[in-house]
Design a protein around this ligand. Structure first.
Ligand SMILES: Nc1ncnc2c1ncn2[C@@H]1O[C@H](COP(=O)(O)OP(=O)(O)O)[C@@H](O)[C@H]1O
Ligand SMILES: [Mg+2]
Length: 362
């Protein structure tokens, strides 16, 4: 049983505030993903949990045990029973696959027979049994990745930390390994913290996702929470592809949202919710916009700026004056640049954000 708690954890490198008052509880056996753009503090958070860095302030607990408070208490990495896999894999080039996997157990001086048995078990599970005699340079990226993972699992860690482990793989292999890793994590049942900047990776694997930006947590939730109830503009814009459309508008006091070039009548619950706010941002995903070739009641006219057919759908970029919107249409919806189309906005699928605080209103 390992539950990890971070309380107000802050890490500074000189003037750089890498991690800014992070409070988070990772449940036992949970697969949690730290997601955010490059430089937002994901790796630093992982290294703090591993014990490779000390907190500047705040506290980290493994279960009931305080492992780091930046002052008097600091439990070194080797006593935390964590394993970490880095983006670079960091395999030992002069050792073959067997020796690489066995290494963590060897330095712990586990009995030889036991080590051998466990290497074979892991190799079987990760489908690298035929590679045990090879050196790392004789392996593909995906194979190296699996060797690194086997090595990390060798000591039966209670916590597995993975830092962008799929980043160096080609697209096809990445999709394959995503599913494999998700299965493995459930089989091994170890608390897992996985770092990535790739929202699709995060959405597809995580029990819960922690969205970070500039060292701070933006939102913690299930993939479904983040997609359907984003807490603020940052999360709304980061999750989902193509990204959510954001349209600036104001409230006209008569129950309309004013976009400048057109107005939309708001439903009753929206009117009640927006009474206190002025400038707002209307957010709607390309998936939730309906596009028509003919004029219809309540739909707004736009011009096709460009259409990008992707086989299973068409991504449309639509323009009206200085408003730009992306919408998805079915493959049979063939249009040309410059064609007129009409789009309708589904208020049940839309979000409204306060322009000033960037927080979700509805
Ligand atoms: N050892 C270090 N010394 C100085 N600055 C660092 C160090 N490690 C990370 N940083 C800075 O801290 C911030 C967060 O870095 P990092 O945790 O690596 O981000 P991420 O993994 O999300 O890309 C960045 O601005 C980075 O430049
Ligand atoms: Mg990183």
């Amino acid at each position: 049983m390992v539950e990890i708690r971070l309380e107000e954890v802050t890490k500074r490198f000189g003037n750089v505030l890498a991690v800014d008052r992070i409070t988070l509880k990772v449940r036992d056996k949970e697969f949690i993903v730290l997601l955010g753009p490059s430089g937002c503090g994901k790796t630093t958070t992982l290294r703090l949990i591993a014990g490779l860095e000390k907190v500047t302030s705040g506290r980290i607990y493994f279960g009931d045990e305080l492992v780091d408070d930046g002052k008097t208490t600091y439990v070194a990495p080797q006593y935390r029973n964590v394993s970490m896999v880095f983006q670079s894999y960091a395999l030992f080039p002069h050792m073959n696959v067997f020796e690489n996997i066995a290494f963590p157990a060897r330095i712990r001086k586990l009995p030889k027979e036991e080590v051998k048995k466990r290497v074979y078990e892991l190799a079987e599970l990760l489908r690298i049994k035929d590679l045990l005699d090879r050196k790392p340079h004789e392996l593909s990226g995906g194979q190296q990745q699996r060797v690194a993972l086997a090595r990390a699992l060798m000591i039966e860690p209670s916590v597995l930390l993975l830092d962008e482990p799929l980043a160096n793989l080609d697209a096809k292999l990445r999709v394959y390994m995503r599913a494999e890793l998700k299965r493995l994590q459930k089989e091994f049942k170890c608390t897992t913290i996985y770092v990535t900047h790739d929202q699709v990776e995060a959405m597809s694997m995580a029990d819960r996702i922690v969205v970070m930006n500039q060292g701070r947590i933006q939102q913690v939730g299930t993939p479904d929470d983040l997609y359907n109830k984003p807490a603020n503009l940052f999360v709304a814009g980061f999750i989902g592809s193509p990204p959510m459309n954001f349209l600036e508008c104001s409230i006209d006091g008569k129950g309309f949202l004013d976009f400048g070039v057109f107005k939309l009548r708001m439903p009753e619950d929206w009117i009640t919710a927006v009474q206190e706010v002025g400038e707002v941002i209307y957010g709607i995903r390309p998936q939730d916009i309906r596009v028509y070739k003919k004029e219809r009641e309540g739909a707004v006219e736009f011009t096709v700026y460009v259409a990008e057919p992707l086989g299973d759908r068409i991504v449309l970029t639509l323009a009206r004056d200085n408003l730009w919107i992306k919408a998805l249409a079915p493959p049979e919806f063939t249009v040309e640049m410059g064609d007129r189309v009409w789009i309708s906005f589904d208020f049940t699928k839309a979000h409204l954000f306060d322009k000033r605080s960037e927080r979700l209103i509805i």
